[in-house]
Design a protein around this ligand. Structure first.
Ligand code: AMP
Length: 136
């Protein structure tokens, strides 16, 4: 896709630190890593995010993540990893081409995924019901 930085990387018009490639997927190091070895797994077929990626392409990405993540972890002497995907601008998605983050983690590395939200009385039930309604 024109004006898509990841399409340009896939077409080798822009360089990247490639660690893996197959017919469907390219994986390269994030230029601004959250931790050393932070890797992006990017489908070669353009889609914006999880909402429009096709199942086959998604499966290819998940397969690549399963294969790569433990090896990346080992290579950078990490002891864990997060897998992440931002969807739409308000989530932090900056590049509008589907991609997954593999972020190597170490004990007490200071990287925080805050989870301190609290529901008000009755709110968890209300939100659960709204989501279930959307699934109908
Ligand atoms: P997101 O916020 O989920 O859209 O993540 C986009 C990621 O792409 C960010 O972590 C950027 O650091 C990374 N990024 C952007 N341009 C490049 C590039 N040319 N090479 C490697 N990583 C990039």
């Amino acid at each position: 896709m024109e004006d898509c930085i990841f399409c340009k990387i896939i077409e080798s018009k822009i360089p990247c630190s490639k660690i893996y490639e197959n017919e469907q997927v390219l994986a390269f190091l994030d230029i601004n890593p959250a931790a050393p070895g932070h890797t992006l797994v990017v489908p070669k077929k353009h889609s914006m995010n999880i909402t429009d990626i096709d199942f086959n392409t998604l499966g290819q990405c998940i397969g690549a993540i399963k294969n790569l993540a433990p090896k990346i972890m080992k290579a950078v002497n990490a002891t864990g990893f997060n897998i992440g995907m931002n969807n739409f601008k308000s989530s932090g998605q900056a590049v509008m081409h589907s991609h997954f983050h593999i972020i190597p983690r170490k004990e007490n590395d200071g990287l925080m995924l805050p989870r301190q939200g609290k529901y008000k009385e009755g709110e968890i039930e209300e939100i659960k019901n709204k989501i279930i309604k959307e699934l109908d």
